[in-house]
Design a protein around this ligand. Sequence first.
Ligand code: SF4
Length: 778
Amino acid sequence: QAADLSSAFNVPPEYVRRTPPYAKLIGNLQTVNQITNNTPLTLAEKILYSHLCNPEESLAKFNGSLSNIRGQEYLKLNPDRVAMQDASAQTALLQFMTCGMASTAVPGSIHCDHLIVGKEGADSDLTSSIATNKEVFDFLQSCGEKYGIQFWGPGSGIIHQIVLENFSVPGLMMLGTDSHTPNAGGLGAIAIGVGGADAVDGLTGTPWELKAPKILGVKLSGKLSGWSSPKDVITYLAGILTVRGGTGYIVEYFGEGVSSLSCTGMATICNMGAEIGATTSTFPYQDAHRRYLIQTNRAPIAEAATIANDQFDFLKADKGAEYDKVIEINLNDLEPHVNGPFTPDLSTPISKFGETAKNEGWPENVSAGLIGSCTNSSYQDMSRAVSIIRQAEKAGLKPKIPFYVTPGSEQIRATIERDGLIKTFENNGAIVLANACGPCIGQWDRSDVPKTSTDFNAIFTSFNRNFRARNDGNRNTMNFLTSPDMVTAMIYSGDMNYNPITDSIKLPNGESFKFEPPQGEELPDDGFIQGRAEFYPEADPKPKPDVKINVSPDSDRLQILEPFAPWSGEELSTNILLKVEGKCTTDHISAAGAWLKYKGHLENISYNTLIGAVNKETGEVNTAYDFDGKSYGIPELMTKWKTEGRPWNVVAEHNYGEGSAREHAALSPRFLGGSIILVKSFARIHETNLKKQGMLPLTFANEEDYDKLSSGDLLTTVDLRDMVAKDGNNGGTLRMKVTPKDGSAEFEILCKHTMSKDQIDFFKAGSAINYIGNVKRE
Ligand code: SF4
């Protein structure tokens, strides 16, 4: 059977690194089926479980039911590929460098997209952004060359669009250092957004751990038509599920309605699965996938995927597979939706939007329209937008508000230029920005509304996120997320009360004009063209060990990471530096905004550590006190104690580290000499990040003990060595002796931990990266 399997997939050598190892994956799945007695699996489980390093170990507790695995067990997985965007790639690669490997274990790619501004137009914006970020781009490029990672330079496109065009394939499992990595699920992959240390697991071939997700099925029936588009599937779903409804789930779409969607439309839907907190989203294999693979020059991969699906049923759910929850959406009835402001789950159908805006007191007028980004810049999106513009042009209508277009990649930009779409945009006043994130990530250098404006203004965008200040740095810009169709129609009205499906616009000659529904092409009739060659990396770069990585010791943007010290083998004795009051998210622990510039420089970004935290004892923000009663900024006192050789800990309350997977929230405290974080409860991802950086995350066995502790008290573990000797035992208790600063009697408290064997190994080695590096060097 193994021989049958491998002979079934004959992919030409130049496509091998971009094709999932179908024969191996299907073989693994056969092992999984034996363990689970052929229990029907969802598609997401088939892809995930076929990537298990050791199915017997991960599924040991199956015991007749998948409910013993879903949401319960940790899966150890071997991803096929890793993609990194420029902001997060810096830390990921700095950590990878410390592992001492000559090349990556799986193919990887670096994408320069987040650091590029949107202001006047592609060429000038690109030139200025390259000048501002040259040092970072040069660093990323040299890493790419040294380790054989594809380097997609500034202007080549946005990570998720490039991944869709080049790397995503049905059945693939990949990691990406960006939360919208699930975009690749539009082409049937399982693609998961992670932090840099997790990306290093993938790059080094170290098993990557994921709590087995539950599966949320979304059954699509009917067919999209008229003004409704794939964007409306996910904006509508976000309204139902809210920003937390997908947490712990993979969203798997199924039903006859799927076949009416384009591959890029499915990518839009999966992209915004991040907005409902889902681990990722995916679609079963469709003819639309085959068409897209062929159009993007991957016909042999399309053929292999078709075999995997048709002959081996690999790319669809098993008959009878059970979902933990099912939501049904009839596409026939789906209306365009507009989501916002300030949260992506505040969803309003367009028919009610004007009235809602009035009731809520939102601005009466829209100040700008923006389309494109990784979410919505497909050929279909662009051609539908142009069909609206051409109707307006014919009727003599001019846009009333500024209009920006962000192509997702050079391939899309060049193709829509060839087909006259860019000309239509520009002739109608649009500014075409660089193929990059620009206005989607706060890099919109906007001149019409000052950043500090205290008046609310409304923008319509086809992007995916709408947190305050996300686009132009102005907290009072209300970003309403919707389809490119709705944004484009809106630029001709500018009135928040306008519904292009039912309303007319007055023409200069006094007549009324109403748009017809947009028409678009799923894929270009004449195929895609690549565009400017300088934006394309070598197809299969080989590592060049002699390449020197450019990090100047004087740089304030980049800094080589020094390995953290391994555990001494002794009990830990640490002073409480700060007792935190109330909510403490990763934004409180490692602020973003202007600090993002220092993502590649651990020392510089560490000066933001816990500057948003409230001191329980004084109510002050960013204030901690030394033993002599002198006050310091929190990172300043951390630095002082580090210099004095005084290890410290932080004590805090519930859900410490909620928010994002921001790994600097763990890296910076560790860098500044922290060793224990003792709290009432943790946000799960942050707890994992602390373990990965060699910290000891503990919770109070009795929450009241929080009240017994004061800053300056000395905490000494009593049975840490026992806990390590037992390899953590997947969790348990730890005794802690408290020596109060005020000289009162010592006492003991009980703490809890959740350390697994792997995590004990990270702790002993000083960090996961040290451990991986040690293993790789052995
Ligand atoms: Fe993230 Fe926006 Fe860039 Fe997409 S376009 S990768 S959502 S910043």
